[in-house]
Design a protein around this ligand. Sequence first.
Ligand SMILES: Cc1cc2nc3c(=O)[nH]c(=O)nc-3n(C[C@H](O)[C@H](O)[C@H](O)COP(=O)(O)OP(=O)(O)OC[C@H]3O[C@@H](n4cnc5c(N)ncnc54)[C@H](O)[C@@H]3O)c2cc1C
Length: 213
Amino acid sequence: MNARLSNRQIEEQLIIAEFAVPREFAFQPGEYVQIILPGGLKRYFSVASSPSQQGTVRIATRPSHSEFKKILAAMPLGTDVEIKGPWGDMVLPKDESVKLTFVAGGIGITPFLSMLSELVSQRSERDVQLLHFTDDKIFEDELRDYIANLPNGKMDVIYERINPEIIKMKIPDYQTRTFFLAAPPGFVNVATAILQELQIPNRQTIGESYTGY
Ligand SMILES: Cc1cc2nc3c(=O)[nH]c(=O)nc-3n(C[C@H](O)[C@H](O)[C@H](O)COP(=O)(O)OP(=O)(O)OC[C@H]3O[C@@H](n4cnc5c(N)ncnc54)[C@H](O)[C@@H]3O)c2cc1C
């Protein structure tokens, strides 16, 4: 599918890009796409916008010295790219009684921006808790806005390494919740091991590893 760069914001630790896509393009919050730049370089990105914003796909990434990121940061607005997908298993369970716990490592916050934004659009009353482990304050204001609009939503931004004590302290009912993990592979591996150590059944854990980091 062809898409057109319609908006871009560049910060010290973040490149946010929005693409105009056909209104019929459908995806579920939590899914990812592949962006193929003019010239053929490609990378996968979770969609960081909600399906309710029809006609738009937003992605967010860390700046780096990779050729892909340099082009993404410099190409003029209006540039055409190709988008493939969507794919992914990390989508919201239909059963509204499932208690959702989103655990993001750094830039792994992207699929949860999509999910939270969608839950707000649906005026959802679901029990949802976000833990964002990060070194910087990316998207904090936007996240706080979503949580303020979810009657059973809660969030913590945590500036230390994930460990079992933090999970137990922040999520006392951790054994009965379903965990969604998104982050670079090192974080997902450590977080998965911690959830296993806490004897959370594997069926209550869904992870998205950002291979490539
Ligand atoms: C499902 C999924 C969702 C993702 N969502 C995001 C997101 O929302 N935001 C974000 O910043 N990043 C996301 N990533 C990671 C992203 O695709 C890039 O890999 C990452 O941003 C690093 O890009 P870079 O250009 O700086 O890589 P570089 O450091 O330049 O890459 C080094 C090498 O790794 C190779 N490489 C890159 N990606 C992959 C891959 N997936 N598998 C194997 N080799 C690879 C490159 O070809 C290159 O040779 C996601 C990855 C996956 C798999």
